[in-house]
Design a binder for this molecule. Structure first.
Ligand SMILES: [Zn+2]
Length: 438
């Protein structure tokens, strides 16, 4: 009896000592990227905040009203030379928390609150963008190369990243991790191929705005942009891959309209979708963007997407066996052929399992690589090594056991053009004979 009364008064005492804050900073995450450092504060409820910057040394000071801090800022994982330290400072009043970001140079911070989206709750996002002058190059090689016999440049874009996990599978697999893994495998294959070189829009777990992705491809004078994603749907049934190309009108399928509409992919929608919605702009689009380069890149995208589909069909079920069209931001570059590959539905339990299997991701990367190779072997861009190899005359000295049909197959030409190039009237070739390969 006495003990209970004592316990109760102790509780009341603790209650009086601990003021109830409206909000709490539960954790802090730092996402460094080549052009931006993003700091995310996870909060119990919607943040009430204000901020200002200070110079000498450069700082961003953020005041959270009615907020307690239950994370040790000294333990926040931060491998970033630009953001030197995250610490607290004396708040405006006892019920506020002041957080200071010590920086190595001045920036114009962008702060915005984000509502809960799976897997995160309420957040305050602080972006510290670097000016383009200060931005480290993703890959620095393109300018060193002469224009003759240059590499074919493939820009590989792993969707989402950092704070944006993309779609989430039934057992919690993040699309951003799956697609980065596939992108890195594809990068290794491309870099291993003489005459081809890969550039990555992102190489780690950080966020890049959708519009920025084709921009990066353009900066590197890419011949192709391949954006890699994994689908999700509200029901677990849909499965299979699909390949998307730019549409200058509204999406031409139910899935395409859903992709444009759905929240998960909404970040892919950029300026183009808005432009297309506007009748006046549509005329501008038709007259300006749909020039020769647009025709060329759209034709290329379409042709290439068919090749990707034919390669992917060998290793995975396809949700759509024809290229799909939608107006997605990552596909809006009029001058660079661009495709978006959805490697499967991460919302389908079996496909989630497959995508978590390294061998399957390797196969998906291989199918994209083979399709790209097939395409550029047939139509290498001007000035590339592949173009000059294609134009130079090839010869072959016939060895024992080789026939015209064997050689035709090896060089990927047909027998009749082989005969024509060598003025042959019959299918007979002799050992040691030198043939011109068309
Ligand atoms: Zn995606």
């Amino acid at each position: 009896m006495t003990l209970t009364r004592f316990g109760l008064s102790l509780l009341l005492l603790i209650g009086a000592l601990l003021p109830a804050y409206a909000n709490d900073i539960e954790s802090v995450r730092v996402w460094p990227s080549p052009n931006n450092t993003r700091i995310v504060f996870d909060l119990g409820s919607q943040p009430d905040y204000s901020y200002f910057t200070l110079k000498n040394p450069d700082r961003v000071v953020i005041d959270f009203a009615e907020t307690s801090l239950s994370v040790d800022l000294g333990r926040v994982d931060n491998t970033n030379a630009f953001l030197k330290r995250i610490r607290t400072s004396t708040p405006k009043n006892k019920r506020a928390t002041r957080v200071v970001l010590d920086l190595s140079r001045s920036v114009t911070p962008e702060l915005f609150a984000m509502p809960p989206t799976k897997p995160y709750g309420h957040r305050l996002v602080v972006d510290l963008p670097y000016s383009p002058m200060q931005a480290p190059q993703v890959v620095v090689k393109s300018s060193e190369q002469s224009d003759r016999d240059r590499d074919i440049i493939i820009a590989i874009d792993a969707g989402h990243g950092g704070e944006d996990p993309g779609s989430v599978g039934p057992t919690g697999t993040f699309e951003k991790n799956i697609v980065l893994s596939i992108a890195k495998k594809l990068q290794a294959m491309v870099d291993n191929e003489p005459g081809m070189r890969a550039v990555m829009t992102r190489t780690g777990d950080y966020y890049i705005a959708p519009n920025r992705r084709p921009e990066l491809a353009r900066q590197h004078k890419a011949d192709l942009l391949v954006s890699i994603h994994a689908d999700a749907f509200t029901t677990p049934q849909p499965r299979g891959g699909s390949v998307w190309v730019l549409s200058t009108g509204r999406a031409d399928s139910e899935l395409g309209r859903w992709m444009e509409r759905t929240e998960r992919h909404s970040e892919l929608l950029g300026g183009a979708a808005e432009v297309i919605n506007d009748a006046v702009s549509e005329r501008y689009l038709a007259e300006t963007i749909l020039g020769l380069s647009m025709d060329h890149s759209m034709a290329t995208s379409h042709d290439l997407s068919q090749k990707v589909i034919s390669e992917m069909r060998k290793i995975t079920k396809m949700h759509k066996t024809r290229p799909q069209a939608a107006s997605l931001a990552v596909l809006t570059s009029p001058d660079i052929p661009s495709i978006l590959v959805e490697v499967g539905f991460i919302s389908n339990p079996q496909e989630e399992k497959n995508l978590n299997w390294a061998e399957h991701r390797e196969r998906l990367a291989t199918s994209m690589f083979n399709a790209t190779k097939r395409y550029f072997k047939a139509v290498p861009p001007d000035g590339t090594l592949w173009a000059s190899l294609k134009n130079s005359t090839r010869t072959h000295k016939v060895r024992s056991g080789e026939s015209l049909s064997v050689l035709a197959q090896r060089y990927n030409v047909n027998v009749s053009s082989l005969k024509q190039a060598n003025n042959l009237t019959s299918d007979v070739v002799r050992i040691g004979q030198v043939l011109t390969i068309p």
